[in-house]
Design a protein around this ligand. Structure first.
Ligand SMILES: Cc1cc2nc3c(=O)[nH]c(=O)nc-3n(C[C@H](O)[C@H](O)[C@H](O)COP(=O)(O)OP(=O)(O)OC[C@H]3O[C@@H](n4cnc5c(N)ncnc54)[C@H](O)[C@@H]3O)c2cc1C
Ligand SMILES: NC(=O)c1ccc[n+]([C@@H]2O[C@H](COP(=O)([O-])OP(=O)(O)OC[C@H]3O[C@@H](n4cnc5c(N)ncnc54)[C@H](OP(=O)(O)O)[C@@H]3O)[C@@H](O)[C@H]2O)c1
Length: 501
């Protein structure tokens, strides 16, 4: 029995007007079934990650080892809503990490939604996808669903098919916050997960940040190299941000620019590029300011340390207190930080405990294009026009458990969906089958094909050249570079072609 079909869902709240929110709004509108769709966005425009904030400084202090519930806690909701109160002063991490020179790293045919291409490609400057997302709302006439400058501060389940959202609009004219509640039958989380920076715990780092304030920043707050002219810079992390920032710093900073790597990226050959020196992971920050690495080497007199160590999802609005005085029935956290995944999820999109809650945009996989399959599957499921039902809750739980075990064994994260082994196709296929065909009278969006040309582009159009991988048994090609005393730890895997997405 399909537990989703029992609920009659007519009103839907979408949290976030990035790419995920844009396609979700379009898919739900296309059903011509839902009576009320609202897209709440805390920024003053649509675009999400792709909005460029030229001046994000001063960067907030880093919090080594801290998780989002600690650094991005919920705001206190005022009593007796609606109310107008002085504006919030708490850091909400609403600015984006886009730096000045950023371009897309996936060919536009595979990145854009199926019904419209980016203005140009294959790799476009950041303002192209931003404008594209904004245009996408108007193109589908979903711009009227947008509620801008409005942060969702609390999401509480009132009953199985009723949710209350507590909303805060910043009124820039009066410089006040306006708080109110709205109720919906269903909610889609499309709030992104590149807002709250992650900085690992390293012995001595907390003290170092106190002794040398402003010396350590997260890549989220990097914009361009001139600010680091002639500075001695250490970049930590070697994925897309670390790679790009280090390469750009070579044009301005004191040379060499140091890059601390835990594993190698797909773009690396056996030697670092000119101007860059590789270091292994950091073992400790010493009180005299020296940085000690795991191979025993040290660096002194570093002016700036840029942690390019990624982000963790944050859901400060999720009211996990069961039976609290405001009547929330959510009962448990939405994200399991220890396991690194959405709690009790199925196919990264559906939640076993909350059949009227959907999530679009969590997996690390093709971005916009796979959000499209997620959004269509949810829109069709909740309108009752889906072709395939979700499996039983037992089956869904089995899927989650088996995936968690397999991914752990592979050394991958739960929501990393790989390309090379066909996992992406398999996943999109599941969503495709749930959604099924549109109606004869044209209601509903049909999940698109992932055609030959698109697949060819993913596999052949690369933003950066990748050195030949060659024989995977040789040490260089297996990556790593980590040493522990007399041991050399080889990377367990060669990274997936789309691991950088
Ligand atoms: C630096 C960087 C570069 C990237 N480059 C690429 C690339 O080249 N190619 C690629 O495919 N992907 C890239 N990505 C991934 C990128 O995040 C996705 O492409 C995509 O934009 C994610 O869309 P989203 O809608 O899921 O999230 P977001 O774009 O983050 O949108 C979420 C929206 O929700 C809003 N929001 C959050 N919380 C609330 C709340 N409580 N109330 C109201 N609104 C809220 C946010 O303000 C935001 O507008 C990049 C990511 C980063 C960080
Ligand atoms: N369009 C573009 O060109 C572009 C540019 C920048 C960012 N982005 C996107 O932005 C998103 C975030 O990318 P990101 O590079 O900021 O983050 P990320 O991909 O999550 O990478 C984090 C990096 O930090 C390293 N790391 C994590 N913990 C560490 C530790 N304790 N010690 C040493 N290293 C550690 C990781 O190493 P391991 O690899 O060993 O885990 C990885 O290299 C991605 O979607 C990416 O595609 C895109």
């Amino acid at each position: 029995m399909d537990q989703h079909k029992k609920k009659v869902i007519r009103s839907v709240a979408i949290i976030g007007a990035g790419a995920a929110g844009a396609i979700t709004a379009a898919a739900f509108k296309a059903e011509n079934y839902y009576e009320r769709i609202r897209v709440f966005e805390r920024r003053d425009r649509a675009g999400g990650t792709w909005i460029y904030d030229p001046d994000p400084l001063p960067a907030p202090p880093v919090h080594p080892g801290s998780l989002p519930p600690d650094v991005d806690p919920p705001l206190k909701v005022p009593e007796n809503l609606p109310r107008t109160v002085p504006p919030n002063q708490q850091q909400r991490y609403a600015l984006t990490p886009v730096y000045s020179s950023l371009t897309t790293n996936v060919p536009d045919i595979a990145m854009s939604f199926s019904d419209r291409r980016f203005a140009y490609g294959p790799f476009a400057p950041h303002y192209v996808p931003r404008q594209y997302i904004e245009d996408y709302f108007s193109h589908h006439k979903t711009d009227s669903f947008l509620v801008l400058n409005t942060t969702v501060e609390d999401v509480s389940q009132l009953s199985a098919d009723r949710w209350r959202l507590t909303l805060r609009e910043y009124d820039a004219v009066r410089h006040v916050d306006i708080w109110w509640d709205e109720e919906f039958d269903a909610v889609i989380l499309a709030n992104g997960h590149y807002s709250v920076p992650y900085v690992p715990q390293v012995p001595g780092l907390q003290t170092y940040t106190t002794l040398y304030p402003s010396r350590v920043i997260h890549s989220k707050f990097y914009r361009q190299p001139l600010l680091y002219a002639n500075k001695r810079v250490l970049v930590i992390g070697n994925s897309a941000s670390g790679h790009d920032i280090a390469a750009e710093l070579v044009t301005a900073a004191h040379l060499p620019v140091y890059v601390s790597r835990r594993s190698r990226s797909r773009w690396e050959g056996p030697e670092p590029p000119t101007g860059i020196e590789w270091k292994p992971v950091i073992k400790a920050y010493l009180p005299d300011g020296t940085i000690l690495f795991s191979d025993g080497s040290t660096l002194a007199n570093i002016d700036t340390v840029i942690y390019s160590t990624g982000y963790l999802p944050s859901f400060p609005f999720w009211n996990s207190k069961n039976g609290s005085k405001n009547g929330s029935k959510n009962g448990s956290p939405l994200w399991d930080y220890a396991a690194g995944r959405l709690a009790n999820n199925y196919q990264h999109t559906f939640l076993r405990d909350f059949p009227t809650l959907g999530v679009v945009g969590i997996p690390r996989v093709l971005t916009f294009r796979s959000f499209e399959y997620q959004a269509i599957a949810l829109a069709r499921l909740w309108s009752g026009r889906n072709t395939a039902a979700l499996p039983s809750l037992e089956e869904q739980e089995r899927w989650e458990k088996e995936r968690a075990e397999r991914k752990r064994a592979e050394g991958n994260k739960f929501h990393d969906i790989t390309w090379d082994d066909g996992e992406t196709m398999e996943w999109l296929g599941v969503l495709f089958r749930i959604a099924g065909l549109g109606t004869l009278t044209g209601e509903g969006r049909i999940p698109p094909a992932l055609g030959e040309e698109l697949v060819w582009a993913i596999e052949h159009l690369k933003k950066y050249p990748e050195p030949e991988k060659g024989d995977e048994s040789d040490e260089h090609n297996r990556g790593v570079v980590e040493t522990e005393g007399d041991w050399v730890v080889l990377e367990r895997r060669v990274k997936d072609s789309l691991a950088f997405i």
